[in-house]
Design a protein around this ligand. Structure first.
Ligand SMILES: [Zn+2]
Length: 257
């Protein structure tokens, strides 16, 4: 249970990870502390930590020098930093200044996989398919689709057809990456966040994304499979090696460690 967060009201926490995928560290303040199921937690104002959700794993993060596990609190909707199992948090009080940090390599790896998932969804839709499932975890990333005539479409029923249609997906992915299409988010009037791959694709999403599709490297699509009427397109992707990440947000410090 999270208690004191309820008195803070909506907007007390800024989802900094939604504004800038590449923000590595921020000096912020504690807005609530507590304990749930015997595990201490703290919520900070500028939240760098992406919690597990939407098929994407959680960030690796720290408060001061203590590693934390970010978790979405269902009740308040806030992201709280919890101590790892058997661990503890630094002594933190509400209002106290604290430095939050993420592991940028993990973040960019997740963002690349996740964004590549949007791209795979986009090129699948070009085939007339509808997305029915997605997962962006390293080692098991895949998008699942349904097609109008999965049972009779020779592109799906024949091995040669599956090779052919996978080649078409790969070609469409390669074009979008070569074109370095910008990736950006817009918030609708009802508060929903919609992520765009330029004009190619748009989808409601609360994940982290690369700046543009040219940031994607090694996007590999093995030949698709059809299982129980579903088209499964597995994929891998990495982030291009990046120069010094840009800074944004409030009172930020770059870690050179
Ligand atoms: Zn997304």
């Amino acid at each position: 249970m999270v208690h004191s967060i309820e008195t803070l009201g909506v907007g007390a926490q800024v989802g900094a990870y939604l504004d800038d995928t590449y923000l590595e560290q921020v000096d912020t303040r504690v807005i609530a502390v507590g304990e749930r199921d015997g595990t201490p937690w703290a919520a900070v104002e500028h939240c760098l930590f992406h919690p597990q959700g939407g098929g994407q794993p959680a960030d690796r993060g720290w408060l001061e020098d203590t590693e934390v596990i970010p978790v979405r609190d269902r009740e308040s909707g806030l992201v709280v930093a919890t101590a790892p199992e058997g661990g503890s948090l630094p002594a933190l009080a509400e209002g106290q200044k604290v430095r939050a940090r993420i592991d940028l390599r993990t973040r960019t790896a997740h963002a690349a996989l996740h964004t590549a998932g949007h791209l795979v969804e986009a090129v699948g839709r070009m085939q007339g398919w509808e997305m029915v499932g997605s997962i962006h975890f390293p080692g098991q990333a895949r998008i699942e689709f349904q097609a109008p005539r999965t049972e009779t479409d020779t592109r799906l029923t024949d091995p040669e057809g599956r090779e052919e249609v996978t080649a078409a997906l790969r070609a469409a992915v390669a074009v979008a990456v070569a074109d370095d299409l910008p990736v950006f988010a817009r918030c609708l009037a009802d508060g929903r966040r919609v992520v765009h791959l330029d004009t190619l694709h748009a989808a409601p999403c609360g994940g982290t994304h690369v700046r543009s599709l040219g940031d994607l490297a090694e996007v590999v699509l093995p030949t698709l499979k059809v299982k129980k009427g579903r088209i499964r397109v597995s994929y891998t992707a990495t982030h291009v090696s990046y120069a010094a990440p840009h800074m944004s947000g409030t009172a930020t410090h770059r870690s050179h460690g």
